[in-house]
Write a protein that binds this ligand. Structure first.
Ligand code: DX5
Ligand code: ZN
Length: 239
């Protein structure tokens, strides 16, 4: 990041990723269609195992069903204790990005092994998620192997929680460390908190309850995209 021109070329594109956790599970295809009609770049798919997080959501068969009706890439957030064990099933189901949690690995070496296992299983892209109380310091040597880092802005497990602004310095740290891949934020993102995320350098914005609860989802996605583009350029992600 030696010059603004260089940084501008390497700043990743804004991606708005509605979280299907907030759609009506009896009508997932309608949720997919409405998110795509609203302009979603990716669909965020939350997989919970009732072990890593205290909630159970969906598994590979449902991800495959989503893939059958989706046109945009599936951003699969694995909140599960054994991501390597299930990686191939999620790849075969149609995942585009597979993101696992740092907390399931004992140390960074183990996280590296999981990353390799996900790639060996055929994951087109691999992301690493960190909970609000997990630091990003110490990940320096792993960053080159990651397509994306997901900074959780709530403790994972449930939609509709309040945004935790105290995690924002982790985004800034990653950009300052030279990470030019995707930085995603997830949890409590709405029109008020999204600008903070983008100003810190996050370019992938997940939103569940705010987007699916919006009176006009298309207008909300357009507003998110405009704000993300503006604040990403103003903040450390573009300066
Ligand atoms: C939480 C999930 C999120 C959730 C976000 O554990 O990882 O993706 O769906 O929902 P909101 O935007 O309502 O916080
Ligand atoms: Zn998520």
């Amino acid at each position: 990041m030696s010059s603004p021109a260089t940084t501008a070329m390497t700043t990743p594109a804004v991606r708005i990723a509605p979280s299907l956790l907030s759609c009506d599970f009896a009508r997932i295809a309608e949720g997919v269609a409405s998110a795509e009609a609203a302009g979603a770049d990716w669909l965020h798919v939350d997989v919970m195992d009732g072990h890593f997080v205290p909630n159970i959501s969906i598994g590979p068969p449902v991800v495959a069903a989503i893939a059958r009706v989706a046109s945009v890439p599936l951003d699969v957030h694995l909140m599960i204790s054994e991501p390597a064990r299930y990686a191939q099933a999620f790849v075969e189901a149609g995942a585009h990005t597979l993101t696992f949690h740092r907390e399931v690995a004992g140390d960074v070496a183990e996280a590296r092994d999981i990353c390799a296992a996900l790639r060996a299983a055929g994951a087109p892209r691999v992301g690493l998620a960190v909970n609000p109380d997990t630091p990003v310091t110490g990940l320096e040597d792993l960053l080159a192997e990651l397509d994306m880092v997901l900074i959780m802005s709530v403790f994972p497990g449930f939609g509709g929680q309040d945004f935790m602004a105290e995690v924002l310095p982790k985004v800034t740290w990653l950009r300052d460390a030279g990470f030019s891949g995707d930085i995603e934020m997830d949890g409590g993102i709405d029109e008020k908190t999204l600008p903070l995320c983008a100003a810190a350098g996050a370019n992938v914005l997940v939103s569940g309850s705010a987007l699916f609860g919006a009176p006009d989802m298309g207008a909300a996605v357009r507003q998110y995209r405009a704000a993300a583009t503006e604040f990403l350029a103003l903040g450390s992600g573009g300066a």
